[in-house]
Write a protein that binds this ligand. Structure first.
Ligand code: CA
Length: 472
């Protein structure tokens, strides 16, 4: 080997080793999911009474997805889609799971890869914080689904004040609703926590950043706020003393607590010098429920249905190092895109365990691709009635302009670019478009399977079939 060639090889090795230990090439990813937040309940979507300055800053320094969707209008299935990057009905997660810690089939099937599993390929440190809702059985908990650490609770919601967490663990839970009262989990241990829940979740996220700033990390921060029960501390309530309606006031205070948490997280990123290369997403798992608390603005419908108010959510992201701030992206995107985007940035050459249904959004946000990220988005809304034999109450398809929707109240074609509020049915005017979207739906439907577990609504039926559900 010539001397020059040897020097060349050493030089190459040096470059490679420098790159390896250089500042993380892979961005940190923080996915902040809130629960039941109305489309118009953030400043960047026009809220007048609720102030969200820190969340609005994400919008200012990044992108507002004005047509950002989730894959289902209630908590559990929406989260199953988000965390797998796949339409959840393709693997049977078509209902809100019951709290059933003894049931290994009540939750996200083990056939599915989570976004945390995927990021582990690239040695991310991973942390799930807050609401899990993807299975309470020991085989389905966060630490078994790709997360190095967990802090939070397993069921679909939780009470917010520590003095109400009077059940030691799941063995003390004797009803569906009692699961809201368990002590919190840190990893697999029950702990004593003293802070208001939203503040505790924020604090733990900040602490994780503090401990992991030198490695690429992923935080899945699933605040249960502002999901019920409506509970806030005086610190946040007093910011909204001018709001007369009690539900709206408490809800606003709960959103304010989340906003403070977002602010603390951003501050910590800056303090650690990792602000620019951290992607932060903020979105809701479904639309507002409109019980005197939330506001979906001009959107028709609410949590639980397939009108825009159920599935179009407040949705922003920032990545200061790569993405130009101040953008409003007005083409339809979906929560499933977060998985595909994360994969494209971290392990693009590794084959996915399962087929992904989202797309990498980065080329669209950089102006390198001016097409639509999606030609079609699809939704199937499963059983909501208290009757196990009734199924599939609604369906919807979205294109660049149009939406086909069939549910109890509507069998329609709407032009959402002309009219966001889904009032003028164009079915008879544009029968060809209506029929073609209906056909598209029928083809997509063939890729789906029936829900693999009984949902929240079938609590009584489940108890009859599983009389030992709560006995230990
Ligand atoms: Ca929800």
């Amino acid at each position: 080997m010539s001397k020059n060639f040897s020097f060349f090889i050493i030089f190459l090795l040096l470059i490679i080793s420098c790159n390896n230990k250089s500042e993380n090439l892979h961005p940190n990813i923080i996915l902040i999911l809130v629960d039941d937040l109305g489309y118009a309940d953030v400043g960047f979507n026009g809220s007048k009474d609720i102030k969200t300055p820190h969340i609005d800053n994400i919008a200012k320094n990044g992108v507002i997805f004005s047509e950002g969707y989730v894959s289902y209008p209630v908590c559990g299935p929406s989260r199953a889609g988000l965390i797998t990057g796949r339409y959840q009905d393709t693997f049977g997660f078509g209902k809100n799971p019951l709290f059933a810690p003894k049931d290994p089939n009540m939750g996200l099937p083990l056939s599915e890869e989570t976004i945390a599993d995927m990021l582990k390929i690239s040695n991310y440190r991973t942390f799930a914080v807050g609401k899990w809702h993807l299975g309470a059985h020991e085989s389905l908990r966060p630490m078994k689904r790709g997360f190095d650490e967990f802090f939070g609770f397993l069921t679909g919601g939780h009470r917010y004040f520590p003095h109400e967490w009077d059940l030691e663990d799941e063995t003390k839970v004797k009803s569906q609703s009692a699961a809201y009262r368990t002590k919190l989990l840190r990893n697999e241990e029950r702990i004593v926590e003293k802070e208001y829940l939203t503040d505790a979740l924020s604090r733990e996220s900040v602490d994780f950043i503090d401990r992991n700033a030198d490695n690429p990390f992923f935080i899945y921060l699933a605040y249960n706020a502002p999901h019920g029960p409506l509970q806030a501390t005086e610190k946040y309530l007093k910011r909204y003393s001018h709001i007369k309606e009690k539900n709206r006031r408490t809800y606003a205070a709960m959103v304010s607590a989340v906003d403070d948490g977002v602010g603390n997280i951003i501050s910590k990123l800056k303090e650690k010098g990792i602000y620019k290369n951290t992607i932060v997403y903020f979105l809701s798992d479904n639309g507002g429920r409109l019980r005197g608390d939330s506001d979906n603005g001009e959107l028709r419908g609410k949590k639980g249905n397939l009108f825009e108010g159920g599935i179009r959510v407040p949705f922003v992201m920032q990545w200061p190092r790569e993405i130009q701030g101040g953008q409003i992206f007005n083409k339809p995107v979906i929560s499933l895109d977060i998985f595909a985007t994360s994969k494209a940035l971290t392990s693009p050459l590794v084959e996915s365990k399962n087929e992904l249904h989202g797309v990498n959004l980065i080329p669209f946000l950089k102006g390198e691709n001016n097409n639509q990220p999606h030609d079609f988005l699809f939704w199937r809304n499963n059983l909501m009635q208290n009757d196990v034999n009734l199924r599939y109450e609604a369906s919807a398809v979205r294109t660049k302009k149009f939406k086909f929707i069939k549910n109890k109240e509507s069998d329609a074609l709407y032009n959402l670019k002309k009219e966001i509020s889904e009032k003028t049915n164009l079915k008879d005017q544009d029968r060809e478009m209506y029929d073609s979207l209906k056909y598209k739906y029928s083809k997509w439907y063939e890729t789906l399977i029936d829900p693999i577990f009984l949902g929240l609504i079938a609590n009584k039926e489940y108890n009859k079939l599983n009389p030992d559900r709560f006995s230990y």
